[in-house]
Design a protein around this ligand. Sequence first.
Ligand code: AMP
Ligand code: MG
Length: 323
Amino acid sequence: MIALGIEGTAWSLSIGVVDEEDVIVLENDPYIPKEGGIHPREASQHHSERLPSLLSRVFEKVDKNSIDVVAFSQGPGMGPCLRVVATAARLLAVKLKKPLVGVNHCLAHVEVGRWKTEAKNPVSLYVSGGNSQVIARRGNRYRVFGETLDIGIGNALDKLARHMGLKHPGGPKIEELAKKGKDYYLLPYVVKGMDFSFSGMVTAAQRLYDSGVAREDVAFSFQETAFAMLTEVTERALAYLDLDEVLLVGGVAANKRLQEMLKIMCGDRGAKFYVPPRELAGDNGAMIAYTGLLMYKHGYQTPIEKSYVRPDFRIEDVEVNWD
Ligand code: AMP
Ligand code: MG
């Protein structure tokens, strides 16, 4: 069976085609803001302008008649962006006369990670622009054991970078700067039970920079603090749930220092650490296609009248009936 998946919850516009074994095609046309952060309306305009040509690129590489299922990211995400993607997916499904499957974006991150690594029943740390969650499966649901109380870690890194004059996306730039940092400055370490918060830290780090601390040291101090918070909560979830695998997913999974901290923690506990290939860790169409395929094989379909967008769609809302 072959599935096509469209991702477009925020900045990433991406179409993937997969079969049960592997990714066949993955084409991306991301929205990159000229200045500032991601503007939902501008991003959605970008998506609607670019979707037709992106789809043509995909159909140059795969025969459209080979597609068995059309999947799309139904949420969570930015309303205007989700609407563009849902509209395109509905049209495509009707035109190809194929079933439609609305996919939860967070679930797709976790499932593509399980597909492309050896992780079987991991604690997943999902870290991206808009989301930061510690997720694990209990019975027939994935549950969120801890999450950010305000902004996602990626968004926090992007905000801090922007304040220091660096362009979006700031995460990779902060990572480069942090490698050259020497002095650690104390920042608020905010873990409340299993939840955490980044917005106060961003403000404190911005103040450090404004007071004349070098960008490298600000970046270093920020990463060390924020990533320690994420590692702490992930470790606690591992211990409580008595699991022995950690899966790191989301755009921020590319960060080598975060990977290193989690690896050390896993090593100390005798747990295994997994991270999918970079192009499948961040937002991408292949994860939507794969999860759509998995769901379809297990009896899921989204009738057109139920294919409305779900900006607040939670991973817990999906009943999981596969292994
Ligand atoms: P996603 O929404 O999952 O695609 O993730 C996008 C976010 O990942 C953005 O906020 C980026 O700044 C962030 N990001 C990408 N690469 C890195 C990196 N190497 N270190 C930290 N953050 C990163
Ligand atoms: Mg994401």
